[in-house]
Ligand binder design. Structure first.
Ligand code: 5RP
Length: 222
């Protein structure tokens, strides 16, 4: 099985997983990235079973609309049964690193509203300790250098994702060389740096369930 085949399989499994939770009034939160794209394509098959979606990025909104799925503004939604999104890394505590696609802030907002966060990954995303994947940090443009200096003090090696602007008009610093032993604490510490919008650690609101595509099928990890 290729990595893409695993992503597709896990995306289809996610649709089966959420189906019993949906009513005609349900709003589905939808993540960003290649695995989320497979999910959107599979979700389109059951679009008659729910009202619409909230998107975690402009790219996701476009793909949803392309399938004829109504996209709601986050501010008009107060309840969301489920949020489905990929990740760059996850550990045994279902803490995540996200933001490889740069959509971390909107992803975190949608995840915060959802009753259940279903994370969909292929098996390459499983790690013992988070941090091998450079941790994305979204920063206000004028704070880029100052935030980078603060990240160095925390023993990280920030790298400016050149030529990339987030959907919110901000920049991304990808922080290398972090061995994240205490994800909840680090998530809060990074968010306390002036100029940081948010960071890609999803630990204080991690996943509720991870569906992982493997060579031998999809595993459910709770
Ligand atoms: C985007 C994300 C994605 O979920 C993450 O990068 C995984 O992407 P993919 O499914 O393409 O491997 O956080 O900001």
């Amino acid at each position: 099985m290729t990595q893409d085949e695993m992503k597709k399989a896990v995306a289809e499994a996610a649709v089966e997983y959420i189906k019993p939770k949906l009513t005609e009034d349900s709003i589905v939160g939808v993540g960003t990235g290649s695995t989320a794209n497979f999910f959107i394509d599979a979700l389109a098959e059951i679009k008659h079973m729910f009202e619409g979606a909230v998107a975690s990025s402009e790219a996701t909104a476009e793909r949803l609309k392309g399938h004829g799925i109504e996209v709601f503004d986050m501010n008009s939604v107060s309840e969301m049964e489920v949020y489905v999104d990929g990740a760059d890394e996850f550990d045994s505590g279902l803490n995540l690193v996200k933001g490889g696609g740069g959509a971390l802030t909107r992803e975190k907002i949608v995840a915060a509203v959802a009753k259940e966060f279903v994370c969909i990954v292929d098996s390459s995303k499983k790690v013992d300790v988070l941090g091998e994947f450079p941790l994305p940090v979204e920063v206000i443009p004028m704070a880029r250098s100052q935030v980078a200096r603060e990240l160095v003090k925390l023993d990280g090696m920030p790298e400016w994702r050149q030529g990339f602007v987030t959907d919110n008009g901000n920049l991304i610093l990808d922080v290398h060389d972090l061995e994240i032993m205490r994800p909840k604490e680090l998530e809060k510490q990074l968010n306390n740096i002036v100029g940081v919008v948010t960071n890609g650690l999803f630990a204080n609101r991690g996943a509720d369930v991870v569906l992982m595509g493997t060579e031998s099928g999809v595993e459910t990890i709770k």
